[in-house]
Write a protein that binds this ligand. Structure first.
Ligand code: BES
Ligand code: ZN
Ligand code: ZN
Length: 507
């Protein structure tokens, strides 16, 4: 993990092996900031000429690296462009996030272990200093994440930055420190979710993830209830038990509770799909589609990790995290296409395709939330449909809700957290796509309706009664998102930043 020190001393007085500077596109060479002037004077007097001769203009993510020897020590200067201001005359904060991430990656590539950077003026991005500091700490830590547990070569294992010094004015120091603490806390949660998702599926099993949740509950003072497979069967949760039947491992249902003292505080329920491996069951997936199916517990990972963050950040709302955990595997005991199962709320479904298992486990979890809590809202997150990846690609999670207020709130949290969502039409016309003659519904939608991501949402709607509810399909955003420098191949921790933001901002 990275340590971030906030300092009100000058950038140039920091004893580090890397100094990083950011530039707005077409910056003025005659109006260098103080920290750049210091660097020019003390470390590299030819700075201006060098930047000019190398045609550096500060275009988006354009980078120059300057190695210099100072007192026999190798020092790097990293210079990166943040691009242009938008129509609101500010630099979009995402451009700052990515420029920062590119800087960190470059520093790691050059084996730097300590970096100093000046926190820019928040007004450049139209945000508060607190928020900018929070985002800085968050992105620094997200970029530094690596899944290296299974690498044996030492030089591969140790590619990390150890310390970052963030320089700021003395008057902002306390605010920046507070923001940094918050950002670190969210980043730890994001990275924890990523780590669980990246773990091989035979390691990260339902009981194993339940143990992780236990640690978190214990540390954070959260109430945790864990139901085992027998209890799940006894409660009549035919969806979760039915999916788990083909597996040699037990399923689990976890309920984590964060409660505030205030009476009548709103209660937000977050539900996350936790299929620790999705082979498709008897409706077996083709090999290529199965390769990354350890990612199918990304929704659950996001919810559990969010609970860890809220235990520390203490939003003023109650939060319940519910995660159904199971493996979806074929065997002589597995649920068969044609089987009819009964859910916790009494409704039934014919399973036509055992690969549409996510909705089955979510059905029981949502029913549980409705029966045992009085939720103000419910949001579920799931790697639910391959169709979502086709529709929106890896950059947008699909948001579906018939409650406009909730959808608006989620879109605001999306904007503030940097996790993008795109709303799809949850139009009643799609409702009949799951109708069935011999059970209340079936688990795959009729082909002629297309839009599998939307149709799957109507399946879930049967389990939430009239409670304001939104479904987020994170099938595209959870894993292997290309081109974003604070991610790597593998898990992204999709959903954590969004849910934490939503909880913190809830009015
Ligand atoms: N876990 C998959 C969806 C998925 C696909 C997530 C790709 C991430 C990346 C889900 O359980 C599934 O198999 N869905 C099927 C449903 C179909 C059989 C109705 C799908 O979308 O193909
Ligand atoms: Zn599936
Ligand atoms: Zn699945």
């Amino acid at each position: 993990m990275i340590t971030i020190n906030v300092s009100s001393k000058k950038l140039i007085d920091q004893a580090v092996d890397c100094y990083a500077f950011r530039f707005e596109q077409d910056f003025s060479y005659t109006r260098f900031s103080t920290d750049l002037k210091d660097f020019e004077r003390d470390i590299y007097p030819d700075l201006k000429v060098w930047l000019q001769k190398s045609d550096f203009t500060g275009k988006k993510y354009e980078m120059r690296v300057l190695p210099v020897i100072v007192n026999e020590k190798l020092i790097h200067g990293i210079f990166i462009g943040m691009g242009k201001r938008d129509t609101k005359k500010v630099i979009p904060i995402e451009q700052y996030r990515r420029a920062l991430a590119h800087t960190v990656r470059k520093a790691i590539q050059h084996k730097c272990e300590t970096i100093a950077l000046q926190l820019p003026s928040a007004s450049l991005f139209g945000v508060t200093t607190h928020y900018l500091a929070q985002q800085t700490a968050l992105i620094l830590n997200m970029t530094n994440y690596r899944f290296s547990e299974f690498l044996t070569a030492k030089e591969e294992k140790n590619k990390e930055i150890f310390a970052v010094t963030l320089c700021t004015d003395a008057k902002n120091k306390a605010t920046v420190q507070k923001g940094v603490k918050e950002g670190e806390c969210i980043a730890h949660a994001v990275n924890k979710a990523r780590h669980w998702i990246d773990l091989p599926p035979s390691v990260l099993t339902p009981p194993h993830l339940a143990d992780k949740a236990k640690d978190i509950a214990k540390k954070g003072g959260l109430k945790l209830t864990v139901f085992n497979e027998k209890q799940i069967n006894d409660m009549g949760m035919g969806g979760l038990a039915g999916v788990s039947r083909g597996s040699d491992l037990e399923c689990r249902l976890l309920i984590m509770e964060y409660q505030v003292k205030k009476k009548n505080a709103p209660t937000l329920v977050f539900v996350g799909k936790g299929i620790t491996f999705d082979s498709g069951g008897l409706s077996l997936k083709p090999p290529a589609y199965m390769e990354t199916m350890k990612e199918d517990m990304s929704g659950a990972a996001a919810v559990i990790a969010t609970m860890e963050a809220v235990a520390q950040l203490k939003p003023k709302v109650n939060i319940i995290g519910i995660t159904p955990l199971a493996e979806n595997l074929p065997s002589g005991k597995a649920t068969k296409p044609g089987d009819i199962i009964r859910f916790y709320n009494g409704k039934t479904a014919e399973v036509r395709n055992t690969d549409a298992e996510g909705r089955l486990v979510l059905a029981d979890a949502l029913s549980y939330a409705v029966k045992h809590y009085d939720p103000t809202i419910i949001i579920d997150l799931a790697t639910l449909t391959g169709g979502c990846l086709y529709a929106l690609g890896p950059y947008y999670s699909a948001l579906m809700s018939q409650h406009d207020d909730l959808a608006d709130t989620i879109e605001r949290a999306s904007e503030n957290s940097g996790e993008r969502v795109w709303r799809l039409p949850l139009d009643d016309d799609f409702k009949p796509s799951i109708s069935c003659e011999i059970a209340d519904m079936h688990n795959i939608s009729d082909r002629k309706y297309g839009a599998q991501t939307v149709c799957a949402t109507f399946f879930l709607q049967n389990f939430v009664d009239d409670i304001p509810w939104a479904h987020l399909d994170i099938a595209g955003t959870a894993f292997n998102v290309p081109g974003i420098p604070y991610f790597r191949s593998g898990a992204t921790g999709s959903g954590v930043r969004l849910l934490v933001q939503l909880a913190m901002d809830w009015k």
